[in-house]
Design a binder for this molecule. Structure first.
Ligand SMILES: Cc1ncc(COP(=O)(O)O)c(C=O)c1O
Ligand SMILES: C[C@H](O)[C@H](N)C(=O)O
Length: 389
């Protein structure tokens, strides 16, 4: 029996206590009111004014000739990488944790017919040029090889800001070797304010950037893929092929424009402040982190702490905070009260682990279906259990 989500208690549907992801940001009344004046043209014909305005606005912010509004970051990433590629065999090189490799359902193999070279960064945080040089496949005529034709970097990845100097080094080498450079910029806005780097400077480095609107910017959906005009035209073709043509998308575009044209930097800075506060709390209590909390994510090193992710999720529910596991994701709609409550949940889980060490020998997954209110069959979980550990 499927129960309407609306039956869930309001506190379980609010973004204020949702630390599972910054994808849980929700449209505000101001955004919805602003969208009432949205254009209603058919965007497939290029006739929707607000969609075109959004694409131009984001492209201009990134210093690129053109932009393409896509229904998701997954689609914009997959289209971009496909359009940088021409004749297989070829490979795409990326970090072993990259979303394009781990969370886009093998799209690179299916849509792009590409092999992926997943790289474990030698410094544990981000790939350096040396990491890339020692893993890429040269286009040297060796009939055994599948040359690396595009490198996909994520900024931020695991909340880590990619050092600008390293990006510039990698870009220089890519130019020398005829390799394209794509950025999965689901959180490029966060990187921009944390590193004080204008989006335009990232636009000078990357051939294409997938700029998400549905995470920290707080739009209900989508991304804008930016690049040069010829590239974006090709991407528009592949987007249509993949069923990604959107008709009256003005309403969605208008909501995104509202947040881009209001103080997004302050909203993101707030979420970064909460994350930094939690990271300091963890450090003060000896709770290990997987990576530096440069932006809006805190990644607790559950393996090192021998903490059970399911216990953490249940402890979160005990304090009316939604978690999926060791990644604690802040966004501008998270309350200060939630920050204080998640500290209690984490500390209790850490203390519980001392008596009940959990040896997680399986893969570390971000998605944990038990932590949602809806199970995989679409049925609302009637009672949200609070576990007394
Ligand atoms: C790093 C990263 N890239 C891409 C995406 C894909 O975005 P979407 O969920 O809109 O497909 C996500 C998740 O939302 C992400 O975390
Ligand atoms: C990983 C998942 O697909 C989503 N991008 C998130 O960050 O929550």
């Amino acid at each position: 029996m499927t129960t309407e989500v609306m039956d869930l208690p309001p506190e379980y549907v609010s973004p204020a206590n949702d630390l599972r992801s910054d994808t849980f940001t929700t449209p505000t009344p101001e955004m919805i009111k602003y969208a009432l004046s949205a254009s209603c043209g058919d965007a497939v014909y290029g006739e929707d004014i607000d969609t075109a305005r959004l694409e131009k606005t984001v492209a201009k912010l990134a210093g690129k000739e053109s932009g393409l509004f896509c229904v998701s970051g997954t689609l914009s990433n997959q289209i971009a990488l496909r359009c940088h590629l021409f004749q297989p065999p070829y490979t795409i090189l990326c970090d072993y944790r990259a979303h394009v490799y781990t969370h886009e359902a093998a799209g690179l193999a299916i849509l792009s017919q590409a092999m992926v070279v997943p790289v474990i960064p030698s410094n544990g945080n981000y790939m350096t040029l040396e990491d890339i040089k020692s893993h890429y496949i040269p286009d040297d005529g060796d009939i055994h090889g599948a040359p690396t034709k595009v490198i996909s970097l994520e900024n931020t990845l695991h909340g880590i800001v990619y050092p600008l100097k390293e990006l510039i080094r990698i870009k220089g080498w890519c130019l020398e070797n005829g390799i394209k450079l794509h950025c999965d910029g689901a959180r490029i806005w966060n990187a921009a304010i944390a590193a004080d780097v204008p989006l335009k400077q990232y636009g000078e480095i990357f051939d294409s950037i997938s700029i998400c609107l549905s995470k920290s910017i707080g739009a209900p959906m989508g991304s804008v893929l930016v690049g040069d005009l010829k590239f974006i035209k090709r991407c528009n073709h592949i987007r249509k092929q993949q069923g990604g043509g959107i008709r009256q998308s003005g309403i969605m575009a208008k909501m995104a424009l509202y947040n881009i044209n209001t103080d997004w930097k302050a909203r993101l800075a707030y979420s970064h402040r909460l994350a930094a506060n939690l990271a300091a709390f963890c450090k003060a209590n000896g709770i290990p982190l997987e990576s530096p909390a440069d932006t809006n994510f805190v990644f607790i090193d559950l393996r090192k702490a021998m903490m059970d992710p399911d216990v953490l999720v249940k402890k979160g529910l005990k304090y009316n905070v939604k978690l999926m596991g060791g990644r604690v994701s802040f966004h501008y709609q998270v309350s200060e009260e939630t920050l204080e409550k998640v500290k209690l949940a984490i500390l209790e889980t850490f203390q519980y682990a001392k008596e009940h060490p959990f040896d997680q020998n399986g893969p570390t997954q971000i998605y944990r279906s038990e932590s949602t209110e809806i199970d995989i069959h679409g049925n609302a979980i009637q009672e949200i259990k609070t576990y007394k550990y």
